[in-house]
Design a protein around this ligand. Structure first.
Ligand SMILES: Cc1ncc(COP(=O)(O)O)c(C=O)c1O
Length: 396
């Protein structure tokens, strides 16, 4: 028995939606179907909507801070879902995880210092390093026949050669869908501790884990690595709240926390968005059942994509995700140039996906598709893709 209707098509046009309203402004044809940026076409749980309504009706939106109940709700979620505890003393609220990453880099490094990432990866990681005038160091993940892995020799060598100060981990990994195993994380811990590299662990996709996979937070690997890390937690992907700008940095180490706090204060940001606080608290308190059904729904969407590709697009390779609703598709067997591939997707299939190359050069010939939408919409998108590739004679 399901209680929530994820099949409902909710019209998002003219709702200030970056995903749905900005094709033309971003240089795309106006009639593209958007399956790009990481937000979902599902309504957030009713309990969250009611909490926001209640606050709206109260009608006073003065400077706001989270109450104890906020931290209790967050702690209860992290304990039940990620196996660690937080408290108000070790959480810094941020208006977004990307903002938190920028400020953490500024706090922990100086201009010219090296910061490491593993591409293909969420492109604001690279931007946060370049924009803050740090030295970008990349250790690419290795695509082992559709299963991405770390090359730990390269990872360690890059750290040594560049005197890396910070590593930004993405777990689960956007866009390749890996949910890093405990052993892999322990290896990262070993190398980073050995070379005094602080780890920023972006765990924003932690609630999107598919069957047979288990999420391990970097926070659970021991006090030594916890004291050497910043854990990014957010309800914004899980409950579709990105527009409310609530994120949390869990920083156990007081000295690190003070440095990051100082850097945030220097931006002029102080109190949080009241609706973000209210929504996050309600989501963490009441969102379990909705979340469970959401994952089942996404798993069903994923299985549709898998079967569609197998039956109709055998030259396209699905990189089987262990988590996240962002699916990484390999089009390299079509024999197109990267730029022709992107032209066909956008102009012929009329699909707005994320071009793989934005996640690093290694992402060329790939596309990232967001499957967090009603199945009917996903079917429409896949049919458009099929028709476009078929008309171009690319499926023989
Ligand atoms: C890995 C990752 N981190 C951070 C974000 C964005 O977080 P925020 O909107 O809180 O800055 C995203 C959004 O797609 C993401 O995929």
């Amino acid at each position: 028995m399901t209680n929530y209707n994820f099949d409902e098509i909710i019209d998002r046009k003219n709702t200030n939606s970056l995903k749905w309203d900005y094709a033309k402004k971003r240089g795309k044809p106006e009639d593209v179907l958007p399956l790009w940026v990481a937000d979902m076409d599902f309504r957030t749980p009713i309990e969250v909507i009611n909490a926001i309504k209640e606050k709206a009706i109260h009608g006073i939106f003065g400077y706001s801070e989270p109450l104890d109940s906020y931290f209790e709700a967050l702690n209860s979620w992290t304990k039940r879902h990620y196996n660690y505890s937080i408290s108000s003393n070790n959480i810094i609220l941020v208006p977004g995880i990307v903002f938190g990453i920028y400020q953490s880099i500024k706090a922990l490094t100086n201009e010219g210092d090296s910061v490491l990432i593993s591409e293909p990866v969420y492109y604001p990681f690279k931007e946060s390093i370049l924009d803050t005038k740090r030295n970008l160091v990349v250790s690419n993940l290795v695509n082992n026949n559709g299963h991405y892995e770390f090359d730990f020799n390269d990872f360690e060598n890059k750290i040594i050669e560049n005197n890396v100060k910070v590593y930004i981990l993405c777990n689960p990994h956007n866009p390749v869908g890996r949910v890093w195993k405990r052993e892999e994380l322990l290896k990262i811990k070993e190398i980073t501790l050995k070379h005094n590299v602080i780890v920023i662990s972006d765990e924003i996709h932690a609630d999107f884990i598919y069957s047979n996979n288990e999420f391990t937070s970097y926070a659970t690997l021991g006090l030594d690595s916890l004291n050497n890390s910043i854990i990014c937690i957010s309800p914004s992907k899980t409950f579709n709240l990105a527009g409310l700008h609530n994120g949390n940095l869990f920083i156990k180490n007081n000295s690190l926390k003070r440095r990051v706090k100082k850097s945030i204060i220097e931006t002029g940001y102080s109190q949080s968005n009241i609706m973000g606080i209210v929504a996050a608290e309600a989501a963490y308190k009441y969102g379990d059942k909705w979340h469970k059904e959401l994952i089942n729904y996404l798993e069903n969407n994923l299985s549709y994509v898998r079967n569609f590709i197998k039956d109709k697009l055998p030259k396209v390779k699905l990189i089987e995700p262990e988590g996240t609703y962002l699916i990484w598709l390999d089009f390299s067997k079509l024999g197109l140039s990267d730029s022709d591939l992107n032209k066909i997707i956008i102009n012929k299939a009329k699909l707005w996906l994320d071009e793989g190359n934005i996640f690093g050069e290694i992402g060329e010939y790939f596309e990232r598709i967001n499957i967090a939408c009603p199945l009917s919409l996903l079917k429409e998108a896949l049919n458009k893709l099929y028709d476009a590739l078929n008309e171009e004679g690319l499926l023989q």
